[in-house]
Design a protein around this ligand. Structure first.
Ligand code: COI
Length: 356
C-alpha cells in the first residue's frame, strides 16, 4: 500500500461559487507529488499545499516536452457520496502514454490510491450543484537538468484538482466545429493515441483558425489524405447516419481512446442501437446531410461530457445538423451517462468507484 505523507496547508482558500466555476480556473488547497529517481523508482508520495513548483530552467520538460497527463472527475451524488468514473481506465491509459514517451510506468494501484487519497482529503472541494464536479488532473514531467535529447532519469508525478462546471461556455448547446485540412494532429506511428501535452501544443494553431471561422473547435482529419475524420482534440466524435451511430475506429493509432467514448459505445449498444467503429470521411457526412440522413453529431470526453455538434464547417462551407438543436440520442446519452456519474440512476455496468 502506498505510504502518503501529508503536510496540511496553513490557510485554506475561499471556495468559488458553483455558478462561477467554468473549467479549470480554480485549484484546491493541496496537491499530490511523487518523485522518480533512476535506481530508486517512484518514491516519496506526499500530499502538500498547492503551490508553485521549483524547477531548474534546464529541466527537460521545458525543452523536449517529455510530459503526459490524464483527466478524470469526482462526482458528488445526491446522497452525499463522492465517486469516480472508471478511474482504472485512466490509469491504464496513463501507463500506455508512459510507454510511448519513455517515462517509467507507475504501479496502477498506487496511482488509484493517490487519486482517492487526494480527493478524500479535499472532499469539501467537490461542488454540490447540478452539472459540477471535481476535475482531477494527474501529470508527469521530466525533471533532469540537461539539454541532451534522451529520456530523463528523473520525473515528478503530480495530481492537482479543480472544481469545474461545463467545459464549453455554451454548456449543452450545440457547438460549431471547423474541419481542419491543413494542419495535422497525428499520423500512424506518432503520438495520436497518447495523452501528452505536445499533441495539444501542436493543435493550437488549428484552434485559432477554427475561431476565425466562428467555430469553437477544430475537427482533425487524417494526416495523409485529410479525408478521414479523427477527433476534436478535446473530444472524440460520433455521427448518427440514418439511425446508425458511427465513430472513427482506433486502429490507426491516431485517436485518443477516450473513456467517455468507450462508455458511450457500451451504453448506446445496451439500448439496442447499432454502433459502428469505422473510417468515416468528411465527404460522407456532407453527402449524408444533403440526403437528409445526417441525424445528429456529438462529441464525448471527460471535460466535454457529451457535447452536441450543431454545425460542421468545411473550408467555409457549412452544414447545420438537426436544425442546430441537441438530438434525441445525444440528449439520452448525456442524461444516462451523467445519471450514472452523479449516482442518479443505477450503475448496472459497475463503472463507478466510491471514495467516501
Ligand atoms: C479531458 O477531457 O479530460 C481532457 O483532457 C480534454 C482537454 C481538457 C484537454
Amino acid at each position: 500500500m502506498l505510504d502518503i505523507k501529508i503536510t496540511r496547508a496553513e490557510t485554506l482558500k475561499e471556495k468559488p461559487e458553483d455558478s462561477k466555476l467554468g473549467f479549470g480556473k480554480y485549484f484546491t488547497d493541496h496537491m499530490f507529488l511523487m518523485d522518480y529517481t533512476e535506481g530508486r523508482g517512484w518514491h516519496d508520495a506526499r500530499i502538500v499545499p498547492y503551490a508553485p513548483l521549483t524547477l531548474e530552467p534546464s529541466s527537460m520538460v521545458f525543452h523536449y516536452a517529455q510530459e503526459l497527463f490524464e483527466g478524470l472527475k469526482a462526482y458528488r451524488t445526491e446522497s452525499g457520496k463522492i465517486q469516480l468514473f472508471r478511474p482504472d481506465r485512466n490509469v491504464a491509459r496513463m501507463n500506455n502514454t508512459c510507454e510511448r514517451l519513455c517515462v517509467p510506468k507507475l504501479n496502477p494501484d498506487d496511482v488509484l490510491t493517490a487519486i482517492k487519497s487526494l480527493v478524500a482529503y479535499e472532499a469539501d472541494w467537490v461542488p454540490h450543484s447540478a452539472g459540477t464536479s471535481l476535475y482531477i488532473r494527474p501529470f508527469i514531467i521530466a525533471t533532469d537538468a540537461a539539454l541532451g535529447v534522451h529520456p530523463s532519469h528523473s520525473y515528478l508525478f503530480i495530481i492537482i484538482l479543480s472544481p469545474v462546471g461545463t467545459y464549453y461556455a455554451a454548456g449543452l448547446d450545440p457547438v460549431k466545429i471547423y474541419i481542419e485540412k491543413e494542419y495535422v494532429r497525428a499520423v500512424r506511428g506518432g503520438t495520436g493515441q497518447a495523452k501528452c501535452g505536445g499533441n495539444y501544443a501542436a493543435s493550437l494553431i488549428a484552434q485559432s483558425k477554427a475561431e476565425e471561422y466562428g467555430c469553437e473547435q477544430a475537427l482533425w482529419t487524417d494526416g495523409v489524405e485529410h479525408k478521414y475524420i479523427d477527433e476534436v482534440g478535446s473530444m472524440n466524435v460520433f455521427f448518427v447516419i440514418n439511425g446508425e451511430v458511427v465513430t472513427p475506429d482506433l486502429s490507426d493509432g491516431n485517436i485518443l481512446p477516450g473513456v467517455t467514448r468507450a462508455s458511450s459505445i457500451e451504453l448506446m449498444r445496451s439500448w439496442g442501437l447499432k454502433v459502428t467503429e469505422r473510417k468515416v470521411t468528411a465527404a460522407e457526412l456532407f453527402e449524408a446531410h444533403a440526403a437528409g440522413r445526417l441525424d445528429e453529431a456529438f462529441g464525448t470526453g471527460t471535460a466535454a461530457v457529451v457535447s452536441p455538434i450543431g454545425e460542421l464547417n468545411d473550408s467555409g462551407k457549412s452544414i447545420i445538423i438537426n436544425d442546430g438543436k441537441i438530438g434525441a440520442i445525444s440528449q439520452r446519452l448525456y442524461d444516462e451517462l451523467t445519471g450514472i456519474q452523479w449516482g442518479k440512476i443505477p450503475d448496472k455496468f459497475g463503472w463507478t468507484v466510491e471514495i467516501q
